[in-house]
Ligand binder design. Structure first.
Ligand SMILES: [Zn+2]
Length: 440
C-alpha cells in the first residue's frame, strides 16, 4: 500500500469570543442594525419592483444610493453592505430550491445581530498571547479574541491554508467572531472500526447498538415534561431562572395592552436569554465531545432518519383530524428537539467524513416496536418508554427500549435499507414546487 495520501481542501468555521469595550459594543450594534435596515430596504425594494427590473446590478445601485441618502447606513462598512446583498440573494436561492421559506423583514428585537467581513485580508489576525489573538474589525479597530485553536495566519498562511473571511454574530452572551477557514488536509484512510446503530432515545440521549450509550449525566426528560429544557443548568441557576420568569410574568401583567415593554422587563428578558444561551452552549459542547468520540471509534455509523419538523407538527393534528395524546407527545417532542438530533446528525456527518468513516440513515418507522432478537413486532412489547419485553412466545427478550431500537437500526442498515449511503444531504427530497414569480 502506498503511504502517499491524497490531499483535499476543507472549508470550515471557527468561532471565538470577542472582548469589546461597552463603546465598541455600541458601535458594532449600530453596524448590525444598519445591516438589518439595509436588508429591510432591499426586501421592500425587491418585493415592490416588477420582476423584470430585479437584477443584481440594479440592487447594487440601489444600495449605493441608500447609503448616500440614509446617513446611519454609512456606519456599515461597504464590504459588509455588499455581503448583505449577497446573503439576500442567497436567501431567495434557498427559497427557490425549496430549502427554506421566503426571506422576510428583520424585526429589531427578534433577529440575530450580525455583520459580515467578507475579506480575510482585512482582518490582519495576529497572535499576541498563548490564549489571545488580535483581529482588525472594520470601523472599530484592533480587538482581542480568545485563541482556542491554531489558525492559519502569518507565516502559516498560504494559498491553500488561509482565513477567507469572518462574520460577527451577537448572541445573549455577547459578540463573537466566526472565521471562515480553508485548509489543505490529508484525506483520511478508510476507517476500519466497527459498525454501530444509534438511536436518539427518550431515556438515553444516545443509545448504541453494542450496548454502550452516551450520556451526559443529566435527566433526558423530567417527569412533568415541562421544565426539561433547563436540564443543562445547575440547581442554583434553575432557581434563578424560575425567579426571573416569575418576575417577567409579573412585569407583563403590569404592561397595558399595546404598550411597549419597559426597560425593566427587557433587562429581565436579557438575563433569561443569558441563562438559556449558557444551557445551549453546554449542550453543544457535550454534543461536540460525544460525536467526536463516536466518529473516532466507529467506522460505520447508522442513524434513523427522523423528520423532526414533521414530528413536532404531527402531534397537534389538524382541525378536522385532531391529534391524540397531544400533551404527552408535546413533552416527548420537546425532549427530542432538545436533544437537538438534527445538530447531532450534522456533526456526525462531517466528523465521520473527517475520520474516514461513513454515516448512513435508515427509515425510522417501527424501530422502537420491533424486537431486535427475534425480529417480530408483537403488540405490547414496548412495556414503557424505558423497558422492552418481547411478547413473542419462545423469545421473551427483554432490555432497554432505546438499545433495542439502536439494534434494529443497525439491522436495517445490514439489510441494505440505507436511504442514501454516505450522504450528508437531506435524505427525502421534497418535490420541487412551482417557482415563485421572482425566479428566472
Ligand atoms: Zn423477540
Amino acid at each position: 500500500m502506498s503511504s502517499e495520501l491524497a490531499e483535499g481542501a476543507r472549508k470550515f468555521g471557527h468561532r471565538a469570543r470577542l472582548v469589546l469595550s461597552p463603546a465598541e459594543v455600541r458601535l458594532l450594534d449600530d453596524q448590525a442594525h444598519a445591516a438589518r435596515t439595509l436588508w429591510n430596504c432591499l426586501h421592500a425594494w425587491w418585493t415592490m419592483l416588477p420582476k423584470d427590473k430585479r437584477t443584481l446590478a440594479a440592487a447594487d445601485a440601489a444600495i449605493r444610493q441608500a447609503r448616500k441618502e440614509i446617513d446611519f447606513l454609512a456606519a456599515l462598512p461597504a464590504q459588509a453592505a455588499q455581503a448583505v446583498l449577497k446573503t439576500y440573494f442567497q436567501a431567495w436561492k434557498h427559497c427557490w430550491e425549496v430549502r427554506a421559506g421566503e426571506p422576510n423583514f428583520k424585526a429589531r428585537f427578534r433577529s440575530v445581530l450580525s455583520v459580515d467581513t467578507p475579506q480575510g485580508r482585512d482582518l490582519q489576525i495576529t497572535r499576541v498571547h498563548r490564549r489571545w489573538g488580535m483581529v482588525n474589525i472594520p470601523k472599530i479597530g484592533r480587538v482581542r479574541f480568545r485563541w482556542t485553536r491554531d489558525l492559519p495566519v502569518g507565516k502559516k498562511a498560504n494559498g491553500d491554508n488561509r482565513i477567507t473571511g469572518a462574520r460577527l454574530i451577537k448572541d445573549a452572551l455577547g459578540w463573537h467572531i466566526t472565521f471562515r477557514i480553508t485548509a489543505l488536509e490529508a484525506q483520511p484512510r478508510p476507517h476500519a472500526g466497527p459498525e454501530v446503530g444509534i438511536d436518539a432515545g427518550v431515556n438515553l440521549p444516545l443509545a448504541l447498538s453494542d450496548g454502550n450509550h452516551q450520556d451526559h449525566g443529566r435527566p433526558p426528560r423530567l417527569p412533568d415534561g415541562t421544565s426539561d429544557r433547563d436540564k443543562w443548568l445547575n440547581t442554583g441557576e434553575k432557581a434563578r431562572l424560575l425567579r426571573l420568569e416569575r418576575r417577567a410574568a409579573q412585569l407583563m401583567r403590569h404592561r397595558g395592552p399595546g404598550r411597549r415593554s419597559s426597560n425593566r422587563l427587557r433587562a429581565v428578558y436579557d438575563q433569561i436569554g443569558k441563562l438559556r444561551a449558557k444551557a445551549k452552549r453546554r449542550a453543544t459542547d457535550w454534543q461536540h465531545k460525544t460525536t467526536t468520540h463516536l466518529a473516532r471509534t466507529y467506522g460505520v455509523i447508522v442513524v434513523e432518519h427522523l423528520d423532526i419538523a414533521n414530528m413536532n407538527k404531527s402531534a397537534r393534528g389538524t382541525i378536522e383530524k385532531p391529534g391524540r395524546n397531544v400533551r404527552q407527545k408535546a413533552g416527548l417532542n420537546r425532549s427530542i428537539s432538545q436533544e437537538a438530533w438534527g445538530r447531532t446528525v450534522t456533526m456526525l456527518t462531517y466528523k465521520t467524513a473527517k475520520y474516514g468513516g461513513t454515516l448512513h440513515k435508515v427509515p425510522a418507522p417501527g424501530t422502537s416496536q420491533r424486537c431486535s432478537a427475534c425480529g417480530f413486532t408483537t403488540p405490547g412489547s414496548r412495556e414503557s418508554q424505558a423497558v422492552f419485553v418481547c411478547k413473542n412466545e419462545g423469545c421473551g427478550w427483554s432490555g432497554n427500549a432505546d438499545h433495542n431500537a439502536a439494534r434494529n437500526i443497525l439491522h436495517l442498515y445490514r439489510m441494505g435499507l440505507a436511504l442514501i449511503p454516505a450522504a450528508g444531504r437531506a435524505v427525502v427530497r421534497r418535490a420541487r414546487r412551482v417557482k415563485p414569480a421572482t425566479a428566472r
